[in-house]
Design a protein around this ligand. Structure first.
Ligand code: ADP
Ligand code: MG
Length: 219
C-alpha cells in the first residue's frame, strides 16, 4: 500500500511562491491502478516525484507498507520505479544492458533470466540486443516498463508514459501497466492527459486546487 498524507509542496522563484500541492491525501492499494489527471501545471509531476522519494515535500508524509519513503537527492526510494514520458533509456546500451544497468544501480545481482522474463512480459524478448534508436516509440516505452518491472519495484509511477504515443501504443502501454499491477501486486500511479488511458485504470484522481479529488465526485 502506497499512502500519502497531507502532502504540501511549494516552489519559490524569487519573490513568487507557487504551491501546486496544498494538501494531498491518497492511498493506493497493492495491485491497484490509479490515473492522476489535472491540467498542465496542476502538480502531477511534482506529485510523482514526491511519491517516488525524489523530492521531499514541505509537509506531509509518504509511506509504502507503513515504512516512510526514503528521500535522498537524485534517487528514488528503492521500492519505487519511475517511468518518464521520454523513457530515458541509455542510448549507447542495448535493451538488455539498459535493464542490466537498472539492476546494477539497485545492487541486484545480474540475472539473465529475470531480464528475459521482463522483456517477454512486454512482448520484446526478441529485441533484447537492439539499441534503443532501432526501436519505435512504443517499443522504447515498453522497454522502460520492463526496466521498472525487472527491479521488482512494489510501486510503479509513470509520468505521462503515453504522451508521445499513438492510440494503439498508448493502449498497449496502459494494458501492460494494468497487467503489472494485477500480476505482481504493484501499486501503479499514472499521470496522464489521455482519458482513454485513464479509463483503463481502476480509478481516476484529479489534482485540483492542490488537492487530490476522486474524479467521480467532480461535476
Ligand atoms: P504538471 O506535471 O501537472 O504539469 P508540475 O508538477 O510539473 O505540474 O508543476 C506544477 C507547478 O509547479 C507549475 O506551476 C510549475 O511551474 C511549478 N514547478 C514545478 N517544478 C518547479 C521547480 N523546480 N521550480 C519552480 N516551480 C516549479
Ligand atoms: Mg508533468
Amino acid at each position: 500500500m502506497l499512502s500519502c498524507q497531507s502532502v504540501a509542496v511549494s516552489y519559490a522563484a524569487g519573490r513568487i511562491v507557487s504551491m501546486p500541492l496544498v494538501k494531498v491525501d491518497l492511498d493506493v492499494a497493492a495491485g491497484e491502478t490509479v490515473a492522476l489527471m489535472g491540467p498542465s501545471g496542476s502538480g502531477k509531476s511534482t506529485m510523482l516525484r514526491v511519491l517516488s522519494g525524489l523530492q521531499k515535500p514541505d509537509r506531509g508524509s509518504v509511506r509504502i507498507n507503513d515504512t516512510p519513503i526514503r528521500t535522498s537527492r537524485g534517487t528514488t526510494d528503492p521500492r519505487v520505479a519511475l517511468v518518464h514520458q521520454d523513457h530515458r533509456l541509455v542510448d549507447f546500451l542495448s535493451v538488455r544492458d539498459n535493464l542490466r544497468l537498472a539492476l546494477e544501480v539497485r545492487g541486484v545481482a545480474f540475472q539473465p533470466d529475470r531480464i528475459e522474463e521482463a522483456l517477454a512480459s512486454v512482448g520484446l524478448a526478441d529485441k533484447m540486443k537492439r539499441m534503443p534508436q532501432a526501436l519505435s516509440g512504443g517499443e522504447k516505452q515498453r522497454v522502460a516498463l520492463a526496466r521498472a518491472l525487472v527491479v521488482g519495484a512494489s510501486v510503479v509511477l509513470a509520468d505521462e508514459p503515453t504522451g508521445a504515443l499513438d492510440r494503439a501504443n498508448s493502449e498497449s502501454v496502459a494494458a501492460l501497466l494494468r497487467g503489472l499491477a494485477t500480476r505482481d501486486d504493484v501499486c501503479v500511479v499514472v499521470a496522464t492527459h489521455d482519458h482513454n488511458v485513464a479509463q483503463m485504470m481502476d480509478r481516476t484522481i484529479v489534482l485540483q486546487d492542490g488537492c487530490a479529488i476522486a474524479a467521480e465526485t467532480l461535476v
